[in-house]
Ligand binder design. Structure first.
Ligand code: NAP
Length: 281
């Protein structure tokens, strides 16, 4: 089975490529320099001969998307469409990675895959358009939403907390957004397993279990870095104004994974304990 991974130099893309290579799969890793997903013709050429296309390419600068929604749309929606069309032409299956930001964050129970969407931000709108685009061609698309990713490659919240904790000795962290810190390596495993399970086309949620706030996650991160003495103060989102509005409640229901025989990532605290050394190394 030949896998093509786009956005292969990003946090998730690198985990997907590493996992597939460890499994001795035939994998073609395409970073942005190898394939710009906005280029439809290049997508067709890149995907020829593939059995599976895992699209990890995305405009992930959430705040910058507010002032350049067209730019974010080109990558997140047109790029997804280009890959879906190219995958369909190649007889390949598309895996499109999406986000909790497609929801409005006003729920109080975990979002199910078919709950109504209502993005609050330009980034969320373009990612939702990407979901629709992925499903718009005959590529058996698996749309997999995840959230609050951390990982070994590139920047992420735990690395920032440890750096600021060391520099400042005291931190203020938002406690009015609830979500599921999720290890990119776990998402990579779920993406692979969905394909290997022959899961039906449609939407899936792949996040760690349970829920927490950024404030509580920061406490867990600092403790595992030996920085338990750093004082962490909970603050409201208004303390850190951002261009894009974040959902207040970003908890996703992952039960559809079990329905297709795929094991969901475990509880966030257990997964963080397992991941911490590698992520903070
Ligand atoms: N990080 C999170 O917390 C989070 C949460 C929920 C969902 N997601 C989703 O997870 C997926 C992976 O995100 P990530 O966290 O791995 O982000 P990332 O580290 O920013 O990776 C995205 C990659 O896409 C590349 N890219 C940007 N524009 C491109 C283009 N036109 N053509 C090809 N590649 C392009 C980027 O390259 P450059 O760096 O050179 O621009 C980057 O290497 C995305 O679909 C994202 O929406 C992420």
């Amino acid at each position: 089975m030949r896998w093509v991974v786009t956005g292969a130099a990003g946090m998730l893309g690198r985990e997907v490529v590493d996992l597939l290579r460890r499994n001795a799969s035939d994998v073609v890793a395409l970073g942005r320099a190898d394939l710009d997903v906005v280029d439809a013709r290049a997508c067709v050429e890149a995907v020829a001969g593939a059995d599976v296309v895992v699209n990890c390419a995305a405009w992930t600068a959430v705040d910058a998307a507010e002032s350049d929604e067209a730019g974010a749309f080109a990558v997140n929606a047109t790029g997804a469409r280009n890959l879906a069309v190219a995958a369909a032409a190649a007889g390949a299956r598309l895996v499109q990675v999406s986000t909790d930001y497609v929801f409005d964050g006003r729920a109080s129970a975990p979002y199910r895959v078919d709950d109504p969407t209502g993005p609050l931000s330009a980034y969320g709108r373009t990612k939702l358009a990407g979901e629709w685009a992925a499903a718009s061609a005959d590529a058996g698309a698996l749309v997999v939403r995840t959230s609050w990713l951390y990982g070994r490659h590139g920047g992420c919240f735990p690395k920032t907390m440890v750096r600021l904790g060391r520099e400042r000795g005291a931190l203020s962290v938002v406690d009015d957004q609830l979500g599921q810190p999720t290890w990119a390596a776990d998402v990579a495993r779920v993406l692979r397993d969905l394909v290997l399970a022959g899961a039906p086309a449609g939407t899936y949620h792949a996040t760690a279990g349970g829920q927490t706030s950024w404030f509580a996650f920061a406490g867990a991160v600092l403790a595992s870095a030996g920085l338990g003495h750093v004082e962490v103060t909970p603050v409201g989102s208004a303390h850190y104004p951002t261009a894009a509005t974040r959902p207040g409640f970003s908890v996703l229901d992952t039960r559809r994974l079990a329905q297709v025989g795929v094991v969901a990532p475990g509880p966030w605290r257990e997964r963080w304990a397992r991941a911490a050394a590698a992520v903070l190394a």
